[in-house]
Every structure is written in C-alpha cells, then in structure tokens.
Design a protein around this ligand. Structure first.
Ligand code: SAM
Length: 272
C-alpha cells in the first residue's frame, strides 16, 4: 500500500488541503515527526488514527519497520511538524527505502515555506536553488556559500530567528550585498516580508527576532549581467525602486563595476 507524504500548515490551519484531510482520515496509520504535535492537528481535524513516530534524529533506525508495514499492506501517511515532509524535515530516507522496496509514493502537496517565500520574492531570476539550513561549521558554511555564489538562481535558506542576523552577515560576506527578502512568520498573524539588501536587512533585524524565517537572496544573474550596460541600468533602476540609495547601490555592485561609475549612474537615474 502507498506511502502518502502529507503537507501540513506552516502556521495557518486554514491551509490544510481537502485532499490532506481525506488521506489522513483514510490511511491505516499516521507517521509523525512529533506525535504530540501532529496529534494536535489531527484533533483539530477530528481524525483519530494510530500514530507512529519518525523523529529526525532516528529516521535511519525506524524507517525499516515502517517499510515492513507498507509491505504488509498498510497505508501510511507521513506528516512533519509543519510544511512538506522531506523538505529540511524527516522523510527523505523513508521515501528512499520505500522506493527501493517497490512501494508507491504519493505526495499530497500543500504548504512549504520555501515555495511561499520564492513566490513572494519578486526577484527576476526564474529559477531558485533551495539550500535549506546552512551548515553550522564555519568551514563547511564558507565552502557551500562559495559553491552557491555563481548560481544564476535565487537562493533560498531556512534559519532560526536567533541566528538570522549572523546568517545575513555571512551571506553578505560570501555573496556580496545583494537584494534579499526575509519571509518571517508566513501565514501567521505577524507575517512580515522584509526586503532590502543583505546589509539593510541586518539593520532591520538588529533587535531580537521572533518567529520562523526563510531567506531568499537574489541570484548571481543580475550581477553577472551587469557587464551589459542596459542590464546595469536595469539593475540600478530596480534597486532604486526598492528604496536603495545611490551610495548603497554603488557599494553593492562595486565588485563588478567601478563604484564611481555605478554611483554616478544611480544619481542620474534617481534625479531623471
Ligand atoms: N518542511 C518545512 C517546509 O516545507 O517549509 C520546513 C521545515 S524546517 C524544519 C523549519 C524551517 O522552515 C524554519 O526554521 C523556517 O526557516 C522555515 N519555516 C517554517 N515555517 C515558516 C513560516 N511560517 N514562516 C517562515 N519560515 C518558516
């Protein structure tokens, strides 16, 4: 029987899909990252099912027993605490082992913080790269950011509120002072989409930050493209329209162009 991967709300319970409800009500058992957390959602939905636990730290040792159940003909629905399973959440290993065992996998799409943040970014690149949580170790973090620096795609990161400012700083150091957006508390009462360069966002989030955050950083494409004068003009216009000052724009694009040249252009376009 299949393994359903059921996306659940990332804050607003109204985001549960009709299909998610149906699958949760119809499956034999629900596999949860945290049974207490998912238990609350099921209570809200009026669904009563056996719950099996799949915590992130123990996925490897618990997956085989779950695959055995699927092989025996049970249908299981995997829910994580919030959003889409296997997206910076447990699930990928269980899916891999289930695939190897010939089990059908059925995703039930729904909320995902990364998708919601990218959809709201407005950045010009039509592509995005999901990087999730950056490694904590300095060397690994720097190596990964170096790898991502040239990507002509928006970069999406997850981060805890307590480390947001430090991560924005590391992103600026490694990628340059690019336009970015922090999506905080998506779908919740205090939802905020903060836009600005990475340095501006550090100032914006200088005080204690609360709530969950996803970061979208614009890709290398705009910076690479500034070799073309028209592309440079478009980039400067876009930054002016986001409220950046000529001095900030000149600093942000200094590595690809003369700082002075960009500054003069920004002044001209601003005052035109
Ligand atoms: N599987 C989830 C998904 O589909 O988005 C992500 C789970 S991951 C363990 C949790 C991280 O997702 C948070 O630290 C935060 O970066 C991001 N996140 C989750 N809910 C969010 C929300 N409501 N607003 C902004 N970011 C959120």
């Amino acid at each position: 029987m299949p393994l359903f991967l059921v996306a659940t709300p990332i804050g607003n319970l109204g985001d549960i899909t009709e299909r998610a409800r149906e699958v949760l009500a119809a499956c034999d058992a629900i596999v949860a990252e945290d049974t207490r957390h998912t238990g609350k959602l099921l209570h809200h939905l009026g669904v009563h099912k056996p719950l099996l636990s799949l915590p992130a730290f123990d996925e490897g040792s618990r997956a085989p027993a779950l695959v055995a159940r699927l092989r025996d003909g049970q249908s299981l629905a995997l829910c994580t605490d919030a959003g889409t399973p296997a997206i910076s959440d447990p699930g990928a290993l269980l899916v891999r082992e289930a695939v190897e065992a010939g089990i059908a996998i059925i995703p039930i799409p729904g909320p995902c913080a990364a998708a919601a943040a990218v959809s709201a970014s407005g950045f010009a690149e039509g592509r995005f790269h999901f990087a999730g949580f950056l490694p904590r170790a300095e060397g690994e973090r720097a190596a990964l950011l170096h790898e991502l620096k040239g990507l002509r795609a928006q970069l999406v990161f997850y981060e805890a509120p307590t480390r947001l400012r430090e991560t924005l700083h590391d992103l600026q150091s490694a990628l340059g002072d690019r336009p970015a957006m922090v999506a905080r508390e998506l779908t919740k009462l205090h939802e905020e989409l903060a836009r600005g360069t990475l340095s501006q966002l550090q100032s914006h989030f200088a005080d204690e930050v609360r709530g969950e955050c996803a970061i979208v950083v614009s890709g290398a494409s705009a910076q690479v493209a500034v070799a073309d004068p028209q592309a440079l003009e478009n980039e400067v216009r876009a930054r002016l329209s986001r409220g950046e000052r000529p001095k900030e724009i000149a600093e942000a694009l200094a590595m690809e162009h003369g700082k002075r040249e960009v500054y003069q252009l920004a002044l001209k376009l601003r005052d035109a």
